[in-house]
Write a new protein. Sequence first.
Length: 301
Amino acid sequence: MLLALGCLTGCRDRPLLQVRIMDCYTETRLSAWQGITVRQALEEAEIKVLENDTVSPELDVPLSEDGSKISIGRSANVKVSEDGKSQSFVLTGKKVADAISAAGITLGTYDEVNHDPDAYLSDGMDIQVVHRYAVEIDVDGRKVECLTKADTIEGMLKEQGIHLDKKDQIAPPLGTKLHNGTKVEIHRVFVEQVVEREPIPYDTETEYSGRMYEGETAHRQKGEDGEKELIYEVTYVDGKEESRMLIREETIKEPVSSILVKGTKKRRRVISKEQIFDCDGSGHGYYIITWSDGVVEYQDF
């Protein structure tokens, strides 16, 4: 804006100045005689200064060739909010970045602010700071990179719509605070019961019989394997079996024992064999056979 300031009484002999007034973003230029005050220049430019605003040079300072630039700092009551908490400040001639700094907030690479940090503050301005973090998630066989407004891993998963079952494994823990570059690994855990059947080997029982000679054997009963059912709790991590635990075992069929009979009877041997002829001269007679078990037998010949 370019204005020409009217001549005041007794000012015709003074040099004419080019005055620049910087009111935040607005620059106003006017021609004025040297010696007029800052206050007079602002009044001519119809620029109002409020009680808590600052003016440089001060209002009653006369303008000269060396000082024909006027700067106005506007006082603003502003609020700065971060993570649901707010702070209020009265700042003069400052920008949004100054208010954020006054609130003790450091902006990260991916943070969002609802006003340009280089913008001048205005009265009643509500500055919202939202922190965002670049996070990498390794889940379900893929790596996902995202920008999240959450401040913990748990909040980030809810924001991204990633569901966790009770048995799923996650690292770091859910309550971990996020920072740029945080890497999260999620392993899906599935548990099921698996039923398997196995044979129960039969035993072999031995019986002894005095009706059979030593060294003789016979099968009195054929053996048959039984069968049992095993119930395992199997844990899979990302689709691969990691462990199994036997939780129950049931016999479906009892085994049938094999029964082997062994003889205990001692085998006989001839101790003596005596030949006796008939006395009639016929050439016939008999044998007297004595066995090892004491039995004596007679056999004709």
